[in-house]
Design a protein around this ligand. Sequence first.
Ligand SMILES: NC(=O)c1ccc[n+]([C@@H]2O[C@H](COP(=O)([O-])OP(=O)(O)OC[C@H]3O[C@@H](n4cnc5c(N)ncnc54)[C@H](O)[C@@H]3O)[C@@H](O)[C@H]2O)c1
Length: 258
Amino acid sequence: MPDKGIFSLKGQVAVVIGGGGVLAGAMATGLAQAGAEIAILDVSKGSAEVRARSIETLGFKAIGLGCDATSKTGLEQALADVLKRFGHVDILVNAAGVNSGTPFFEITEEEWQRILNIDLTSVFLACQVFGKAMVDAGKGGSIINISSASSGPPLSKVFTYAVAKAGVNQITQFLARELAPNNIRVNAILPGFFPAEQNRKLLTDERVASIMGHTPMNRFGESSELVGAAVYLASRQASSFVTGSILRVDGGFTAMSI
Ligand SMILES: NC(=O)c1ccc[n+]([C@@H]2O[C@H](COP(=O)([O-])OP(=O)(O)OC[C@H]3O[C@@H](n4cnc5c(N)ncnc54)[C@H](O)[C@@H]3O)[C@@H](O)[C@H]2O)c1
């Protein structure tokens, strides 16, 4: 293992929810490369296991667990499995996500609830379950929520998603204050636009042109470009005085007006 200096995560255990997906999967691999042991949780057990195996192939420790992050009992079971395997939890990444471009007047209550459950309630529940484990262990920790450029000012098309992500920012800043006495830091990463499964259908030619016109770096992000932010926020040393922050990794998208 190369010396990672102030960015070393050696001896820490990271739970990455949604880690079977594109962005969180890349972050999980990056956290492992920085020294953390990794538990991938995803509603898709298969994709969680695939990512865990790929991390193990690189020579690091990882497990993949099927877990619906909208279920508190499911998260509690996953916590028990993680504690059994690794003994503690120090880092939590909340990155389960779905999206939809349904026009406002056509959004059903079912769709509204489904998206809020996955994108917002999962963050609330995981912070309760894993945050409590961190509090009880008394050794501090780092929670990293995945926000979005849609969290405000809102993007067009993704109404419910944008509402959920605004809530994720609120959870982040509220809990930063709530958990600071326990030395648990709570921050968010705000990615710009990265091609992934949940937004594949939304990226029409017209929308891509609009995104590029509003992104000073004039390109999509690569999932690997989120790793630095995740390792920084996870590291007890590198970001020891950082909590309640929302770190933008967006090629300048949210710095732009017209
Ligand atoms: N791709 C982007 O441009 C972008 C931009 C901003 C924010 N994000 C956020 O990044 C995060 C990761 O998304 P992605 O873009 O990699 O998409 P993705 O579809 O590749 O990954 C999302 C993952 O969440 C999992 N998931 C869905 N419901 C779940 C549940 N109930 N319990 C546990 N896991 C569940 C999916 O199985 C999938 O593996 C999401 O929170 C998303 O909102 C993505």
